[in-house]
Design a protein around this ligand. Structure first.
Ligand code: SAH
Ligand code: SF4
Length: 369
């Protein structure tokens, strides 16, 4: 397990190339007086091959490699702890240069392997059932820190080169900590590298951004990012959604549904996923299932029911298996595609909504020492 940089380790002053897109790298090679095609070679070495040492870039001259090495580095987020669940789920707690921490989770589900990526340290929204929402400390992650999570997972999974077949990492979900649409520019830049064939080479159809429903940014996401979309709906009436997902006070369900309708018509491959956390006695009645069917009726979509994952201090309980089955059956009988997410990595607090950066916990314990 790598350790985070501590005070005794000298900080590498060189500029990190990870997170730079094609244009940024062109700026780098221009500044070094190198021809334009060098930036493309550099881009491929970094994102397709996962190389972290300029010495390995054998189609670059020794002199170019030396110039690069002087000013630049190809970094990875430092890993504080790496945990593995009994079910194979892996979680990395990452430490960034400013001491902030965020989490990345890998969920192997043959034949798929999904990486759940964080977009912020904490989250400014305060959904009442979500552990991340209780974290006060919030900052946007840089594009380098977002792409870095995926590159680090590829290192750990031995999943280079990016475009290889049979690779263990097939899907990316922006469902870790944070609201990705509140960090639009950095998420957009990171995902542009993720879905670039000469970059991390993931299929756009296998990259899903999950949002609590920031309506104007959903429209922008459709135009400018073009990945798959998941909406954290969780309630079918405004009154309850105002309470569970407080951003609903600003963007109501009807408005959200309009944005989803528009998003899905941008491309007919764009089936939207509605996520619905199952909270006992709160949102799990059959009347609510019926209303969900009605809301989705003219939107190409599917529902993913998420059994509530408890966390210390949470006030909700998960619906019974029976209630979840009945809810799912009603949806399916009405012709909807409905899946129930199996909770993964609960023993290492890696399940949906359980991520809360240990920055807060660690700081507290450091203060207590
Ligand atoms: N902020 C974004 C993405 C991160 S949350 C969003 O809200 O969509 C990823 C998913 O986990 C969301 O659907 C969220 O509502 C759900 N979630 C949060 N807390 C949960 C919990 N305790 N149990 C189950 N799912 C939860
Ligand atoms: Fe933030 Fe999403 Fe958690 Fe809501 S569910 S607090 S938007 S991370």
């Amino acid at each position: 397990m790598a350790t985070m940089q501590n005070d005794s380790e000298p900080v590498d002053p060189r500029i990190d190339l990870v997170g730079m897109d094609r244009d940024d790298l062109k700026g780098v090679t221009d500044a070094l007086g190198e021809p334009a095609y060098r930036s493309r070679q550099l881009y491929q070495w970094i994102y397709q091959r996962g190389v972290t040492d300029f010495a390995e870039m054998h189609n670059l001259s020794k002199a170019t490699r030396a110039k690069l090495d002087e000013t630049y580095r190809i970094g990875r987020p430092a890993v504080g702890t790496a945990q593995q669940s009994v079910d194979g789920t892996r979680k990395w707690l990452l430490g960034f240069a400013d001491g902030n921490l965020a989490e990345t989770v890998f969920i192997p589900e043959e034949p798929r392997g999904t990486l759940c990526v964080s977009s912020q340290v904490g989250c400014t929204l305060t959904c009442s059932f979500c552990h991340t929402g209780t974290q006060r400390l919030v900052r946007n992650l840089e594009a380098s820190e977002i792409v870095g999570q995926i590159m680090l997972a590829r290192d750990a999974l031995d999943a280079w080169p990016a475009a290889a077949v049979n690779r263990p990492l097939t899907n990316i979900v922006m469902m870790g900590m944070g609201e990705p649409l509140y960090n639009f520019e950095n998420v957009k830049k990171a995902l542009s590298i993720v879905i670039d064939d000469e970059g991390l080479a993931m299929s756009r159809r296998r990259v899903t951004l999950s949002t609590s429903g920031i309506v104007p940014e959903i429209r922008r996401c459709g135009r400018e990012i073009g990945c798959m979309l998941a909406i954290s709906l969780h309630a079918v009436h405004d009154e309850l959604r105002d309470e569970l997902v407080p951003i609903n006070r600003k963007y109501k369900i009807a408005e959200l549904m309009d944005a989803c309708r528009d998003y899905s018509t941008l491309s007919n491959a764009r089936r939207i996923t509605f996520e619905y956390v199952m909270l006992k006695g709160v949102n799990d009645s059959l009347a609510e299932a019926r209303e969900l069917v009605r809301l989705m009726s003219d939107i190409p979509s599917k529902v993913n029911l998420i059994p509530f994952n408890p966390w210390p201090g949470s006030v909700y309980e998960c619906s019974s298996n029976n209630a979840i089955d009945r809810f799912a059956s009603l949806l399916r009988d009405a012709g909807c595609v409905a899946t129930v997410r199996s909770p993964r990595g609960q023993d290492i607090m890696a399940a949906c909504g359980q991520l809360k950066s240990a920055s807060v916990r660690q700081r507290r314990s450091a203060a207590a020492e």
